[in-house]
Design a protein around this ligand. Structure first.
Ligand code: BTN
Length: 247
């Protein structure tokens, strides 16, 4: 991964550029990195704050030979890779909130946006977009996000070279990805569970048109979320948002 790297000063979104490159035939492992994004985007059409030089804003093009419905497992595998990098390199014990958020000390540090182009039962390409807040100080965090977002610098007190961290995270993704392709998601699941956030706790679960309280049980072999309601009834969710009361 990262044999082919595109470094940009300023872009709307590295995702958009990665889509373009992938459509033009870019190889598996191609990476797009930007210093600054003007229209960084997150899941559910949310904006992603991507100030110049403060964090890692990068998109990785993958061409995995797997069924399209397994693509979400790549999000979980990437989350595992980011937490492994944070632990090894930054001595930060980050947690994963299903499916794609990385938390440190109860605030969000990084997010993953997976986008896929598939034709019937064949994946053409997958783009793993990763945003990692690295060197922001408290004042850099927008006021509306102060309670919910953080950076490696705020939590550990140390600044890190983004270029080095990019190499470190790509190395972790490569290791985890190889394992995933060879042995399947079950090889990644234990790592995910080790870093999972709020397992066994009651959270609010939101789907397209429902919202309810449930206990987070864990994930299935295929990466789907398992929750259990007050009566002990279990439910399997492939797409949902979880949240909890803060304070
Ligand atoms: C989320 O938490 O909702 C996902 C955030 C993903 C942000 C990254 S930054 C690099 C890439 N380019 C984007 O526009 N978004 C992703």
């Amino acid at each position: 991964l990262g044999q082919e790297m595109y470094y940009k000063n300023q872009v709307d979104s590295t995702q958009t550029i990665a889509h373009q490159l992938a459509r033009e035939g870019a190889d598996h492992g191609t990476v797009v990195v930007a210093d600054e994004q003007l229209k960084g985007r997150g899941r559910l059409h949310r904006p992603w704050d991507s100030q110049k030089g403060k964090g890692i804003w990068m998109s990785l093009i993958l061409r995995p030979d797997i069924e399209p419905q397994r693509a979400p497992q790549l999000t979980l595998a990437s989350a595992v890779s980011i937490t492994r990098m944070l632990e090894k390199v930054c001595q930060a014990e980050a947690k994963i909130k299903w499916p794609n958020d990385i938390f440190l000390n109860d605030r969000k540090l990084a997010g993953i946006l997976t986008e896929m182009q598939a034709e019937q039962d064949l994946i053409e390409y997958v783009i793993i977009g990763m945003g990692i807040n690295v060197n922001q100080v408290q004042e850099d965090i927008p006021l509306s996000l102060q309670d919910i977002a953080t950076s490696v610098k705020i939590e550990t007190g140390s600044s890190f070279q983004r270029e080095a961290l990019i190499q470190d995270v790509l190395k972790e993704i490569e290791t985890v990805y190889d394992q995933f392709m060879e042995e399947g998601f079950s090889a990644v699941k234990p790592y995910w569970e080790k870093a999972a956030y709020r397992i066994g706790e009651t959270v609010t679960v939101k789907t397209r048109n429902l919202k309810w309280d449930a206990v987070l049980v864990g994930i299935q072999e295929d990466g789907a979320l398992i929750v259990e309601d007050q009566s002990g009834k279990r439910e399997i969710l492939y797409s949902a948002e979880i949240d909890w009361k803060r304070g």
